[in-house]
Unconditional design. Sequence first.
Length: 272
Amino acid sequence: MNRNGFLACASQYSTTGELLSAAARRRGMDVEVLPARGGARAWRGRPGGHYFGGPLFATGVVDDLEVSLLEPEDDWLTSLPYEWVLRNIQSSTLGEARRLSRPAFVKPPTDKSFPAAVYADGVRLRAEPGLPSDTPVQISDVVTWVREFRLFVLDGECRTGSQYAVFGHLDSAPLQGHPDEGAVREFAGAFLSAQGSTLPSAVVLDVGLSAAPGSGTEDWAVIEANLAWFANCYAADPDRALDVVLRAAGPRTRMAEADLRFCRHLNDVRAG
């Protein structure tokens, strides 16, 4: 039995999964690719399990793996003071979003049940198949993100990061050595000092340089928080990103008390 544990990856291939798998092997962990069907029964009772993959696939395997999944609370972004987000954001439902008559940015709180995007109105959202009207969404003002960065955060500290977009277009570059590295780390550090307790101990935080329409000014703001165990690492250091993933989706027996409220399987963890 491998004392370093193992990383169980969802069956769907991703470049991030491949990078994290290589990082796991470098530190002596086993890497298992789970079957597309049948769950993870073959790994039931095997200690030291961790998970990387999507939330829908996770529902069928994490109980067998005895893994806890940490995620931000659904209303986290809407609960932040305006000074950190620089835009109006409200929690709503897909039914309400489908009735919008103005442009707005609409997204699911944490999962990827439909594309997060700027919608000219609610008409296009009516075409999303299989999603009930009471599906939770967030509706926010439209802003321009000059540059966007993804930060892998562990215990309130940015362990690694990457630029991932410029003016909405994919453009990845390592945070380390980036011209904006100092500004990004300064903003993230101030935010995590003030609001870090509202997030799990292991999480992905997206921040960006925001330009409000017509204002002519730019400033740093929080974009969103994401599931570390289902986040593209772009140009971030995969070895450091893995540290965050392993905490965010690791053995239930190792979960810290402070993270219980962020666990997708809270009742199972408490019962265990």
